[in-house]
Design a protein around this ligand. Structure first.
Ligand code: GDP
Ligand code: MN
Length: 378
């Protein structure tokens, strides 16, 4: 789950990182009032889950409260990479001497947190990684020990020569690491970490992604969720406790187990089809889950066929078959449904489905090729 800048900054502040104050406005009038409260120059910043916000005109300096209102009026409602801006952050403008990059993420190769820092901050770090990789210092953290002081020093030293700045940045490294771990983040980034003419180090931008599997431990972070930018079907699926990702194809997939769902999508592609979604209905496959899954799949007008692929290990497939029959009785579905069931009580399950008029199989190849054929014919 991605956080907005103002939310990430709240987490950073909680960890002690020096972050300028800020207030979130949803109207130009509010933006003006907050700018007046802060006094002096402010920055008006679009709060939207997308990169390249500054380049798109979503970050503007304002000299007066009136100017802050004008910028807010232009930014609120703005479209940035397909997402509408509903909120702006108003924050006092800082005088900037230097801009550095500091980030920590879960690195898949080392299976550990990894810091990346660069004195060339403010800009696109991918660009720096591409054109000047030596300008980035990397450090893998052993999660058993956390970030050690000398490591934090080494990172800070990649940014600054001045001992006072190094000391401040060293502290920020440790605070960022703690924030990252405590929030259950998969990524936490400060870009830019600035120095001011007065010799202070501050984080003026913040980006944090939380690992969804950590959210149950942190309800206050879960409450940060902003569903305005995600497909409606994904919000509904989450509420129904289903794992769903919308895709561009026309074969609606309803599968129990993430691995089987991936394999099903691979096989749909293999037979020349395109999956309309990834959907894992989980282990129990209760009728209620099947109903919710069918509602979500059929709400997508692109779907031309629905493919069930259910493996019954602990789950009894006759229960699932009854669930499908019950579920389809209660909602209108005008596309064909093909079903593959295998596992405990599969003979019984096939009989239940065939009696209810469904095409049912035990072979995955058979059902997937059938589904693709139906989708391509429709
Ligand atoms: P992003 O473009 O979405 O990453 O937004 P940032 O918050 O990182 O801002 C982009 C750039 O705007 C920064 O790299 C700065 O150069 C500039 N900027 C942002 N905030 C301030 C500020 O308070 N004062 C000044 N002088 N420039 C700022
Ligand atoms: Mn930035």
């Amino acid at each position: 789950m991605d956080l907005h800048e103002y939310q990430a900054k709240e987490i950073f502040r909680g960890a002690g990182i020096p972050v300028p104050p800020g207030k979130v406005a949803t109207t130009p009038e509010e933006a003006e009032a907050f700018a007046r409260e802060f006094g002096g120059m402010v920055v008006v910043k679009a709060q939207v889950h997308s990169g390249g916000r500054g380049k798109a005109g979503g970050v503007k300096l304002a000299k007066t409260p009136e100017e802050a209102r004008e910028h807010a009026a232009r930014i609120l409602g703005m479209d940035i990479k397909g997402l509408t801006v509903h909120k702006v952050l108003i924050t006092p403008a800082e005088d900037i001497d230097t801009e550095a990059y500091v980030g920590v993420l879960v690195d898949r190769n080392s299976q550990a947190p990894m810091f990346m820092v660069s004195a060339e901050g403010g800009v696109d770090i991918e660009e720096v990684a591409h054109t000047n990789p030596d300008a980035i210092r990397k450090l893998t953290v052993d999660p058993r020990y956390g970030l050690l002081p000398h490591q934090a020093y080494w990172l800070a030293n990649a940014l600054y020569d001045d001992p006072g700045l190094i000391r401040q940045a060293q502290k920020v490294m440790g605070q960022l690491y703690n924030a990252f771990v405590n929030a259950g983040a998969s990524m936490a980034e400060i870009n830019p970490l600035i120095t001011t003419p007065g010799g202070q180090v501050k984080a003026i931008d913040a980006k944090v992604s939380i690992d969804d599997n950590e959210l149950f431990r942190r309800p206050e972070i879960e409450a940060y969720r902003d569903t305005s930018g995600e497909p409606e079907a994904e919000t509904e699926a989450r509420d129904a406790d289903l794992t769903f990702i919308k895709l561009d194809g026309d074969v609606g997939c309803c599968v129990n187990g993430a691995g089987l769902a991936m394999a099903t999508m691979d096989l749909v592609k293999y037979y020349g089809g395109e999956p309309a979604n990834f959907l894992d209905i989980g282990g129990s496959s209760s009728p209620e889950k099947v109903v919710n899954a069918l509602k979500i799949i059929t709400a997508d007008p692109a779907v031309k066929v629905i493919l069930f692929n259910i493996f019954g290990g602990i789950t009894r497939t006759d229960d699932v078959a009854n669930g499908i029959v019950e579920a389809t009785r209660n909602i209108d579905i005008d596309v064909p449904i093909v079903i593959r069931l295998t596992g405990t009580n599969e003979e019984l399950a096939l009989e239940i489905l065939k009696n209810a008029g469904f095409e049912a199989y035990t072979s995955m190849d058979e059902v997937v090729s059938k589904a693709v054929e139906l989708a391509n014919r429709a």
